[in-house]
Design a protein around this ligand. Structure first.
Ligand code: SF4
Ligand code: SF4
Length: 193
């Protein structure tokens, strides 16, 4: 991940390219799932229909974009949760280049093309490995450090809450299933705004 203090210009062109990219996984954390469920008025059974459970093979090297994404145990193995895509790679919530769940869109959609990480030394931002598809880069005004800091804090706080939940889930749930996982996420007070 490029880390930075370099100036970057960005203004979203609302082209929807990031919503159509097959290789871009729209990963979900606990707060994403709760926000979408609320926005659509869905219970856990119906949420299961819009979530993909990406099972990572044991011992496989994780793609760089998934390094900070926790895997939750399911009946098929540890899974990264993501929004379902249509055949061809379009997000299931994209219609006429518009997002049908814009106000409740997941963290990765809010932050693209930026990515963030935090360690004991501080918080770092970089650009997505898929940045070349984004015509918003090099357009508009320079992004201010405080804008990135505020976005990073929101994204990383959501991820921290999910990582804490997943640790407890993986250690404490004796018979994990995808269905129970979604139900537990929807019940967890950490994920309520
Ligand atoms: S690809 Fe870039 S410019 Fe296009 S919608 Fe996504 S963030 Fe905006
Ligand atoms: S949730 Fe909305 S913003 Fe995110 S990929 Fe789907 S259509 Fe695009």
């Amino acid at each position: 991940m490029p880390e930075g203090n370099d100036a970057v210009r960005f203004e979203c062109q609302k082209c929807g390219a990031c919503c159509r990219r097959q290789q871009l996984l729209i990963t979900l954390n606990g707060r994403d799932i709760v926000r979408i469920a609320r926005a659509l008025g869905l219970e856990s059974d119906n949420m299961l229909k819009i979530v993909d459970f990406m099972i990572l093979p044991q011992g496989a090297t994780r793609p760089e974009g998934l390094l900070g994404t926790p895997s939750a145990e399911t009946e098929r193995g540890p899974a990264v949760l993501a929004l379902k895509k249509m055949r061809g790679g379009d997000c299931a919530f994209l219609e006429n280049s518009l997002c049908l769940i814009h106000a409740a869109r997941p963290s990765v959609c809010r932050s693209f093309p930026f990515v963030f990480r935090r360690d004991s030394e501080g918080t770092y931002w970089g650009l997505s490995a898929q940045k070349e598809i984004c015509p918003g880069l090099d357009h508009g005004p320079e992004v201010e450090e405080r804008q990135l800091s505020s976005l990073a804090a929101a994204v990383l706080d959501d991820m921290d809450a999910y990582a804490e939940f997943v640790n407890e889930w993986n250690e404490g749930e004796p018979s994990p299933t995808a269905q129970k996982l979604i139900a537990a996420i929807l019940m967890d007070s950490r994920f309520r705004d």
